[in-house]
Design a protein around this ligand. Structure first.
Ligand code: MN3
Length: 240
């Protein structure tokens, strides 16, 4: 139950820091202005709209979880990133360029972490859809068979990778040459920092599932694979 509280507490502290620094417009806006306008007003990076209503993934993922995860955590990474790059050349770069520029640089860890988390979460929301999950079709189905044997073997390996990530992180389906592989990354790390092309991801930070599943990460991952996986999004990434 430890992950949501420290992150939220961090956002609160940043909020107070901004308030004390005299940026009254931003601080007040955080309370009063609608989400999109608020993000746009505070810096170059914005929170992309959620691709579906907050309750659309229920019961696999509740509206309560999506509300906190998108509205507090994802928004928090956007806010942090905007504060960290303000007045630097990174403020004029794309999100992907910021990630690639700051990866593996010890003095830019905070910028990398927040930029990568903004990107990873946008990718995560798009990796799911209401009434998704189950087996893919077409070229993707063939590639799953070629790479893993069959869909059930793919699913078992993905679930094993997602549940074995120690602590916070992400599980990914990644394009690797002419086949697919399953990988995991710790904390904010992301395949695009390593030149890889991801097709899908599942967030395995506790904040992604604790309100609904408590410590049962395996049940959360199974629900995503069975009910929510957005294979159309994966197909689009495969063609990219
Ligand atoms: Mn998350």
């Amino acid at each position: 139950m430890s992950a949501p509280l420290p992150e939220y507490a961090l956002n609160r502290r940043r909020f107070l820091t901004v308030l004390l620094a005299g940026s009254a417009a931003l601080a007040f806006g955080d309370l009063a202005v609608p989400r999109q306008a608020r993000a746009a007003a505070s810096g170059p990076f914005t929170l992309p709209p959620l691709p579906y209503p907050e309750n659309a993934l229920s019961p696999a993922i509740s509206a309560n979880t999506v509300g906190f995860h998108y509205g507090k955590h994802h928004q928090g990474y956007v806010n942090n990133l905007n504060q960290l790059v303000a007045g630097t050349p990174l403020a004029d770069q794309s999100l992907e360029a910021v990630i690639k520029t700051t990866t593996s640089k010890p003095d830019q860890v905070a910028i990398f972490n927040n930029a990568a988390q903004v990107w990873n979460h946008t990718f995560y929301w798009n990796s799911m859809r209401p009434n998704g999950g189950g087996k893919p079709s077409g070229a993707l189905a063939e590639l799953i068979e070629k790479s893993f044997g069959d869909y059930d073997k793919f699913k078992a390996e993905f679930a094993k990778t997602a549940t074995s990530q120690f602590g916070s992180g992400w599980a990914w389906l990644v394009k690797d040459g002419d086949k697919l592989i399953i990988t995991k990354t710790g904390n904010a790390d992301t395949p695009i920092a390593h030149g890889q092309q991801p097709l899908l991801t599942v967030d395995v930070w506790e904040h992604a599932y604790y309100l609904d599943y408590q410590n049962r990460r395996a049940d959360y991952v199974a629900a995503v694979l069975d009910k929510l996986t957005n294979w159309e999004f994966a197909e689009k990434n495969l063609a990219a």
